[in-house]
Design a protein around this ligand. Structure first.
Ligand code: GLP
Length: 260
C-alpha cells in the first residue's frame, strides 16, 4: 500500500487524474471503475479540464461501484445520474459505455450476476477509484461484509443513511435502505485501486483500514490484501495514522520513474 498525503483537493485531483490520463493515453478504451461521493470530485474536475485541452476520454468504459435500489432511473440522486453529471456526460462518454447497477431491477440477483459478467467480459477493471465511509465501508460494503463478496444487495446502516441524507433534503428516512454494490472480492480484482479520503471525519476509518488488522469489521482494510493500492489523503484524513511521517518521507523520496 502506498500512502500519499496531499496539500489540497486540487493536488489530489491532479495526482490521481494524471494517473487516469496516462492510462487513457496508452489505451483509449481503458476500463475505469468510478466512485460517487464528494471525495473523487477533484479528480473528475481535473480530467474534465484535461479533456478541454485535448485528452480524449470518450472511448473509456466506465463501471460504477454501487447504486441505490428503488429510485426511478431518472431520479437526480441515483448514482447513475450523479456520475453522468459529475463526469461521463461532460467527458463525452456515451451512455452505452457507462455501466451501473439498475436501480429499478425486478430480479436483483440476476442483475448482480449480469453486472459481474459485464466486468469480466470487459477484461476486468484497470483502475478503480474508491471513497471510504466513516465506518470504513467501500462501495456500499458495510462492516461485516464478506471480504470475498461479489456484487449483491446490501442494507445500509443508520449512520450511512444519516451521512447521505444531505443528498435527500437532509432526511435520513428519504435515503433508500437497500442498495446494490460491487463486493469486496469484486473490488479486489481491479488491477489498481486508488482510495481517496478527506476530512477529520474519515481519519479513524483510514487509520483502521491502513494500519489496523484486516477485518470484515473495516471493509476498506481488505485493500491490504491487494498488490497495487494507492491511498490519497488530505492532512485531516491522515491525522490518526501513526506512521504518517514515514509515508511522507517515502513519497518525497520516490524515484522519478515510479508513478502511483
Ligand atoms: C457512499 C458511497 C461510497 C463513498 C462514500 C463516501 O457511501 N457509496 O462509494 O465512498 O459515500 O462519500 P464521500 O466521498 O462523499 O464522503
Amino acid at each position: 500500500m502506498e500512502v500519499v498525503i496531499t496539500s489540497s483537493p486540487e493536488a489530489t485531483g491532479a495526482l490521481v487524474g494524471a494517473a487516469i490520463a496516462r492510462l487513457v493515453t496508452e489505451r483509449a478504451e481503458a476500463v475505469l471503475g468510478l466512485a460517487t461521493g464528494s471525495s473523487p470530485l477533484p479528480v473528475y474536475d481535473y480530467l474534465l479540464t484535461r479533456s478541454t485541452e485535448g485528452l480524449d476520454l470518450s472511448q473509456v468504459l466506465v463501471f460504477t461501484l454501487d447504486e441505490y435500489l428503488g429510485l426511478p432511473a431518472d431520479h437526480p440522486e441515483t448514482y447513475r445520474s450523479f456520475i453522468r453529471r459529475a463526469f461521463t456526460d461532460p467527458a463525452g462518454v456515451p451512455e452505452s459505455r457507462l455501466r451501473t447497477p439498475d436501480s429499478e431491477a425486478a430480479d436483483i440477483d440476476h442483475m448482480c450476476r449480469d453486472f459481474e459478467q459485464q466486468i469480466t467480459a470487459a477484461g476486468g477493471i484497470d483502475l478503480q477509484i474508491l471513497g471510504i465511509g466513516r465506518d470504513g465501508h467501500i462501495g456500499f460494503n458495510e462492516p461485516i461484509s464478506s471480504l470475498a463478496s461479489r456484487t449483491r444487495l446490501k442494507t445500509l446502516t443508520d449512520q450511512t443513511r444519516a451521512d447521505n441524507a444531505r443528498f435527500f433534503g437532509g432526511d435520513p428516512a428519504a435515503v433508500p435502505r437497500h442498495v446494490v454494490t460491487q463486493g469486496i472480492g469484486t473490488i479486489l480484482e481491479a488491477r489498481h485501486c486508488i482510495l481517496i479520503a478527506s476530512g477529520e471525519q474519515k481519519a479513524e476509518g483510514i487509520a483502521a483500514a491502513v494500519e489496523g488488522p484486516v477485518s470484515a469489521a473495516v471493509p476498506a482494510s481488505a485493500l491490504q490484501l491487494h498488490g497495487h493500492v494507492t491511498v490519497v489523503l488530505d492532512e485531516a484524513a491522515a491525522s490518526r495514522l501513526t506512521r504518517r511521517d514515514y509515508y511522507r518521507d517515502t513519497y518525497a523520496n520516490k524515484p522519478d520513474w515510479q508513478e502511483i
